[in-house]
Design a protein around this ligand. Sequence first.
Ligand code: PEP
Ligand code: MG
Length: 894
Amino acid sequence: MTETVYTFGGSSKATDARAKDKTIVGGKGANLAEMAEIGLPVPPGFTLTTEECLRYLDQGGEFPESLRHDVTSALGHIEETVGKRLGDKEDPLLVSVRSGAAISMPGMMDTVLNLGLNDETVEGLAAIAGDDRFAWDSYRRFIQMYSDVVLGVDHGLFEEALEIAKEDNGFYNDTEMSAEDWRVLVGEYKRIVEEEQDAPFPQDVTEQLWGAIRAVFDSWDSERAKIYRRLNDIPHDMGTAVNVQAMVFGNMGDTSATGVAFTRDPSTGERAYYGEWLVNAQGEDVVAGIRTPQYLTKDARERAGAKPLSMEEAMPDAYGELARVFDLLEKHYRDMQDIEFTVERGKLFLLQTRNGKRTAKAALKMAVEMVGEGLIDETTAIRRIDPMALDQLLHPTLDPNAKRDVMTAGLPASPGAASGKIALDADTAEQWAARGESVILVRVETSPEDIHGMHAAQGILTARGGMTSHAAVVARGMGRPCVSGASQVSIDREGRTLRIGSRDLAEGDIITVDGSNGQVMGGEVATIEPELDGDFGVIMEWADRHRRMRVRTNAETPDDCRRARQFGAEGIGLCRTEHMFFDAGRISAVRQMILAEDERGRREALGKLLPEQRSDFREIFEVMVGLPCTIRFLDPPLHEFLPHKDEEFADLAEATGTSVANLRRRAQELHEFNPMLGHRGCRLGITYPEIYEMQARAVFEAACDVAEASGEAPVPEIMIPLVATRRELALLRELVERIAEEVFEARGRRIEYLVGTMIELPRAALMAGEIAREARFFSFGTNDLTQTTLGVSRDDAGGFLATYVDKGIFPRDPFVSLDIDGVGQLVELAAERGRETREDIKLGICGEHGGDPASIAFCEATGLDYVSASPYRVPIARLAAAQAALNQGEVREG
Ligand code: PEP
Ligand code: MG
């Protein structure tokens, strides 16, 4: 029979592996059991399993049958160990009831302290402790917490009553309240409860206990917990455990205290004890900010120039014991610990330990130093760092100490933060930036023609669009902070004004966007610059030693390529050539090409584009010399390049000598109802081969130029997009080879190159065996492959995907983290069939998933040769690839 409740402390022995399994007893429960077992002073208690929570929620809030009995006997364990009984009038046991999920969700769920107090037991507690004030203070704390957490009475009402009581007495601090003052306040608290819920505060201690357990179970499904899980990719089906533990008291006078401590500094990673404590207080006083906590160590106090004594100075014995425990715990868990402790009349107790949360900078420093100290090995260090956290290091971030005036929030689409003047269109953004001003481009949504404005802007904010909307993808690629899908932003384009949340603003006003958490703030918020110090380099070097897959980048400008190389990119996995078409100096020739009535007209316009495109490629090849460069030929539907505004039509008419009416008719002809499934990708190359011919010529001429100048040739890999059939690729491969031969003949030199395709349509995946006859490589375009497999538009999914994730239909946004069960099958199948035809076919991924750690793990398991990610994601991909290789190695071995 599996247990529903596990006891710890006292004579309990954790014989069952489940008693220390975080998924069963939660992180807190597992660590309490483990600490008790290594002999640390832990008050006895018991843990209700996460399974019982799920069963309770499943049964619509009914406790499972056997649970009542099991809890009663576990309570007996506590009573026996401490020699007190819950509800005993003479010498009552008090307990804490706290949540504890498998993955910690700080502050998200509920806690009740001092449970077991009522009008009778409070007298017993006072007598036994010999301290009336302590007993009545504990009782009023209990009423306040229980009423807030279990009964749903607004805690503000109690705080107000306390303030009034202090004012009436002329007190400033809680510590000035006497036993009698607390007793009077308890009467007032009970009156508030009765008035708010039409029933007296529960006096039955068993009812109190079950009420608290119920509240903790229910808190798993609270709105704030759900949002926290969504933001942190924590599954919704894990449930929380409940820990019931004998209370120890930090508020028993001046020899008692409570505090929280870290074994190393969680923001810098320095090897120094770090923490806060308060004399004569209970846990919530430290975190609630009612009293200002004191420093733990003398050194920290002196550095801060603070007066109140540190724990090291005020309670040297208890502090000495604490320091001993710190070392023991670090050695036991081999990681930095975050500890809650209480000192009751001079004796130290531990209430919790867990691996401490830390900034990315601290994570790197600790990992490197712990390897040096022999606490962990290199592979543990690599595994321990959350690759996504590296993002914090690569972009400027908001100063954590700066004040934030948050107006609304959207999706954290591209990390980093920026402040600047609101610009409502790309041209304005560009003009203002050219004047040296910092701008935030604010659009309903962005389209490719906004690229120059996005590039000029310091940050981007859009009202619509999801995590892989155009704005998000492009912003991440450029390393611009971006908040997308901020639905509380409405723009009046005519009036050049906008509303953000409840605030009315105008173009030119200053705002700040934080692309790391989606916040949009009024005014400027100070930022701090990234520092890529030694620890970062060390971890990256270790990661490179352990990974199998190569890491390339998605980049199309020389700047992006240079940055990606600094971050360690080993080539280009995707150069989206269309981005070069939008350049202000070329768009007119591009439009002329699109609007041309016949091939001759198109060729004439393409002739103007050839030298431009050739020089683009030359610059990129120079940066990437010797490395593979995947150049993807034109992909988007042509209408995306067309003019929209009247004056743009007029300009174009003048430049081409056609009438505006003619141009509008042609634009109308190009209109598509479903452009993502329309005339795009290789379909353009099939219908207008001259476009791909020009691109092929530009690539090979540029490659010859670079080879001549530097003596080292780049390795172009020509990639044909949106292929569905072998014949499409066969025709276009022939075209590329023909142009290559022409160029090589003319230049008198040959360049090594490959022709391959993207696999981004389900049919292409299914027919991969056939398609591989024409392709030297496959690159999985998982953005389109996800869109076409799921039948979900990548540009419109923002409106409903969050609901889908909340309801557990998708574990995560499938455009962010690959749908391994579904889309993943197509990738595996295509990889397998491709290899069957061509043993040495090169396999990579260039969709956004190439920068997502979970998807990278899948790529490793599938045996891809490389992943390609936007420049700022390259270090993330390097680390994630190393972790994947280490895990995969373990899978193979064991
Ligand atoms: C893809 O579809 O995954 C891809 C990389 O191409 P794009 O995002 O340009 O459509
Ligand atoms: Mg695509």
